[in-house]
Design a protein around this ligand. Sequence first.
Ligand code: SIN
Length: 352
Amino acid sequence: MSTNRNPLEQSPYILVIGLGGTIAGLAANPGLSPSNYKAGELEVETLLKKVEEAIPGDLKLVSQQLANIDSRDLSEELLTLLGNTVKESLNNPDVQGIVITHGTDTVEETGFFLSAICGKLAEKLGKRVVLTGAMLPANAPQADGPLNLLDALKWVSSPPENCPGGVFAVFAGRVCLARDLSKRHTSAFNAPLMDAPCSPLGLINPSWLSRLKAVEAASGEDMPIPKQQWPWVEILTSHAGARAQALESLLDLGVEGLILAGTGFGGVHKAWLASLQQAEVKGVAVVRASRTGAGVVQGDAMDDGLHCVSSGTLSSPRARIALQLALNAAKADKSLTWQDFFARITVLPEFR
Ligand code: SIN
């Protein structure tokens, strides 16, 4: 394998984009306390060098460091930069596929964002975009990053008959659609895809493959990437003793959208009801999700009463990205509403 920054010398190649995260993290005392570390310390080129010997010789790699952050600090500006870089690279005939090393804390948002803005493009071109990361820092004795990175390289370059193009995530020997990611555990190696329909990498699960094809067939056009500032959308969790003040403050400050992480099937506390009527009057977009962390929030009569839509299978963080993209698209194309765009990204067949 070779990594350098002159793609002209070695096309076609796999682009490996580094964003930071634990996979690039270093612990001060890795033997004794591997969980006490700083994320985003090593460059992606160094991560590739560490696994160089295990990378098949015919794979040509080019690395690009877009950021080196702890993904808790992920910004909308960085998502815009990443989205534009990935789309441009997909359209480059020399790029065979793209691997992205990312912190696991917000890989859920990035996975959903990339699926929404270039999932169709990747599918059309038959190319894969693969997110990966790690739960332990690079210098921990049991570091999971090297194997995850090798698996991601394996998946991005595996023959097209194995699987169509699209946006995927690879962790702990398994692959899932990036739109299904949601970190469900603080420390388990498979935390980001614990609740996602997924398949072992070496033995593609046929039911997963049919789900993948059905989701790809049903998903609409790619959404535009916001050109300027993203719409302001906040997540509010309903809970015992909820008060209206937090909601009212956001409405007064000009929030454009709200994700209500409701109880159970997406129920909201009655203390919010009057303020939610105000949200409707002010034209604030409202989506009802569930704080439970799994399952579906179906549309029902509550949506009519609250003038909101339900998030379906989307967790609150994913619903937030979907609403931001929908609000942005509706500003540019006045023939459709944000609800139309939201439905375009979120209403997909359910296979679990
Ligand atoms: C991060 O998200 O950057 C830190 C945590 C992780 O990668 O697991």
